[in-house]
Design a protein around this ligand. Structure first.
Ligand code: MMA
Ligand code: CA
Length: 194
């Protein structure tokens, strides 16, 4: 019963050594495989993300091309279309709706100054037809910024002036209420997610 004390023969030592070397070798190989597969996974994920980003950029570029080719101008998240001729306010609005847009809604000073570059008497999406004196944008919202010309809106001479136009003025404040049946140029706005 004394096999506990088996002497370490050189043959036994050699076997142990081989076992240790082989195990270390296997461990090394395993680590290399793991490292390569992790790198591959990371690479393919990055490649996928890049392709998705590229596709989304391409889509945006296509939308941009499509609009600009049809004469729309891009500014701050929207495309704008200025009409080449004049119509009444309702007919102007109808034209915008047909284009998948609506008459322009001016909601910031930046937008007001962008719109001011188009010189002329131009319809904007502003009206108080629903309730005299309550000016609303075509999307039903009330004004948060107003750029009425001094003295406007004035329902001039007691006549019904229920539609908003911009006038070709130097001043930043260039809105006027006027008769909806008048014929003006108009600006459509289409909000896009670019
Ligand atoms: C025009 C018309 C009105 C405006 C006044 C300002 C004469 O009427 O555009 O809407 O208020 O001019 O003078
Ligand atoms: Ca007026």
């Amino acid at each position: 019963m004394d096999y506990v004390n088996v002497p370490d023969t050189p043959a036994r030592k050699g076997k142990l050594c081989r076992l240790v070397v082989v195990s270390l070798g296997l461990l090394c190989i395993l680590q290399v495989i793991l490292s390569i597969s992790l790198r591959l996974a990371l690479y393919s994920k990055t490649a996928k993300n890049l392709t998705e980003e590229e596709n989304s950029l391409k889509r945006k570029l296509n939308v941009f091309d499509l609009y600009t080719q049809q004469g729309w101008v891009y500014f701050g998240g929207s495309f704008y279309y200025i009409s080449p001729f004049k119509k009444s306010w309702s007919d102007s609005r109808e034209d915008c709706l047909q284009r998948g847009a609506d008459l322009v809604i001016i909601s910031s000073r930046e937008e007001q100054n962008f719109i001011r570059q188009f010189r002329g008497y131009i319809w904007i999406g502003l009206t108080d037809t629903e309730e005299e004196g309550t000016w609303k944008w075509v999307d039903g919202t009330v004004l948060n910024k107003r750029f009425w010309e001094t003295g406007e809106p004035n329902t001039f001479g007691g006549t019904d002036e229920d539609c908003g136009e911009v006038k070709p003025r130097e001043e930043e404040n260039n809105w006027n209420d006027t008769h909806c049946e008048n014929e003006n140029y108009w600006i459509c706005e289409k909000i896009v997610d670019l």
